[in-house]
Design a protein. Structure first.
Length: 125
C-alpha cells in the first residue's frame, strides 16, 4: 500500500543542535545537518529503533502527530510506532523529498513529501 503524505514538520526536537550549528556553521551546512536528521528519523522508524528515534526529540517537545488524537510530549512520541508494530505493521520502505528547509535562529523547519509502504497509518487531519 503506497501512501503519499505531505508533511510540514518543525524539528523543534533539534533546537539545541540548530542553535549550536547556527553559531558555528554556514546556513547551507546547517540546513544539510537538519536534512540528515530528517533522514535519520525515517531510518529509525524503519529499523524500529525507538531509543534513537526518541533521542531526536528535545526534552521539552510538545507537538501533534497526525495520528494522535491530542498533542503529545516526548514521553509519547513513539506511540504511533508501537501502535503499528503491535498490530504487526512495520515501515517496509520509504522515500522522502526535501521541499524546503530553513533555520532561523534556534528554530529549524523542514517540509518534506514522503512516500511509504507498510505502516498502514492514515493522517487524522
Amino acid at each position: 500500500m503506497l501512501k503519499t503524505i505531505a508533511l510540514f514538520f518543525a524539528l523543534t526536537s533539534i533546537a539545541t543542535l540548530a542553535t549550536d550549528l547556527a553559531h558555528t556553521a554556514s546556513p547551507a551546512r546547517t540546513e544539510g545537518e537538519i536534512w540528515n536528521l530528517e533522514k535519520s528519523y525515517w531510518d529509525y522508524v524503519k529499523a524500529n529503533d525507538l531509543q534513537k528515534y526518541r533521542a531526536l526529540w528535545h526534552e521539552d517537545f510538545v507537538g501533534w502527530p497526525f495520528v494522535s488524537a491530542a498533542p503529545v510530549q516526548k514521553d509519547h512520541i513513539t506511540d504511533w510506532i508501537t501502535n503499528n508494530t503491535s498490530k504487526g505493521l512495520k515501515l517496509q520502505s520509504y522515500s522522502i523529498e526535501q521541499l524546503a528547509v530553513r533555520v532561523t535562529g534556534d528554530i529549524a523547519t523542514i517540509i518534506i513529501e514522503s512516500k511509504r509502504t507498510g505502516l498502514g497509518a492514515t493522517p487524522a487531519r
